[in-house]
Design a protein around this ligand. Sequence first.
Ligand code: PLP
Ligand code: COI
Length: 417
Amino acid sequence: MSVFSMRIRWRSLLDAARRRSAAAPRTAAPRRTIKTTRTLPPRPTRRALATTLPSRPARRALSTTPPEHGLAEVGGAALDWPRLGFDFQKTNGFVKFTWKDGVWDAGEWEPEPYLKLHVMSSAIHYGQGVYEGAKAHHCADGSVRLWNIQANAKRMLEGSERMMMPEVPPEMFVRACEWCVAANRAYVPPYGTGGAMYLRPYIFGHGPQLGLSAAPQFHFCVLAMPVSSYYAGGLQPIDVLVAHEADRAAPNGVGHVKASGNYGSDIRVSIDARADGYATVLYLDPKEKKYIEEFSVANFIGIKDNTYVTPDSPTILRSSTNDMLMELAASDAFGMTVERRPVAAEELGEFSEVAGCGTAVVMMGVKSITHKGTVHQYPSIERAEALYDHYRAIQFGEAEDPFGWGTACPPLADVAA
Ligand code: PLP
Ligand code: COI
């Protein structure tokens, strides 16, 4: 029998089976009275799931497994620091907390970069997850400092509330980041290489969950990876395309929180733009397509004379980098006027400089923005570069930090479970 006639025979067998099943009664069970009142599951409260933080366990032997590269020596992993780019790099391990029955556990150390998850985890099927991006730097005085980490802790709280996930208490969030950095000191790029330790705190639902609801369990993890520039060339200006046929966020959706799903929808849009020669995309507001929102992974900054302009919109992610740069721009060091307000796309032609900002990119210069065939060009990045230099100098402890953005990372023994 040929493959073709085998397929036909299978198809007719299948058709016959389908006909038999359609003709058969739906249930062989005798008729019973059917209750018509449906009971709806209890409505979740508007708050995030309640959480109890366990009291800190008495100090035991460190649960952090012996790392590959020693604990104390910054840069001991001897990687090619300036050429790291922004890629996954295996380190000594990561920190994992588990939420179950309303409480977080004390946290544990995972040496291998894998998680064992239930196949029906809500993070995988329904996108119940929120992540953060933070950084730590090896500074001029030899200390390793976390960068404005409280802002990340606060934003994760807001995201968890919106996505119906338990709160990660800021104290636990910060300690988890400190633990992860301290146990990965060997991978912190040494001062002078320009690199940073990128931290990825994230919370997501796991455990068996088929109906659309909050997961029965959650993990909160923090990973640490050494990085250099996000875009090759750092502040080196890039060409950008306005993605006027795609939206990053919905008008009353979750664009203002760092929900994982926001990023999934951007992948195709950004890759298509790259294929056309643009390093990234700029999104407009999803309702009227009239106002500038933000870049794929960075907030928008436009500079006009001595004014720093950044969009105000309920659908963009409030960048902690942008908040810091605004403070810096308004400070005596720069004396700029700062405006956070709706910014019409028509204004693209009025800026002398345009830049993007975010934890991963720090700042990116923009050379041109193409909007429906019109190419707006920005030949200068002078003011943006001055802001960038000063900001970087504070990050690396070369300039005074009057804002208190950097906080020293305690030794491992003080922060590990
Ligand atoms: N906007 C989006 C969409 C982002 O993904 C990021 C990156 O985190 C930012 C803005 C910048 O935010 P932050 O400076 O807090 O990292
Ligand atoms: C960050 O800047 O930290 C981000 O989260 C962006 C990410 C896509 C790298």
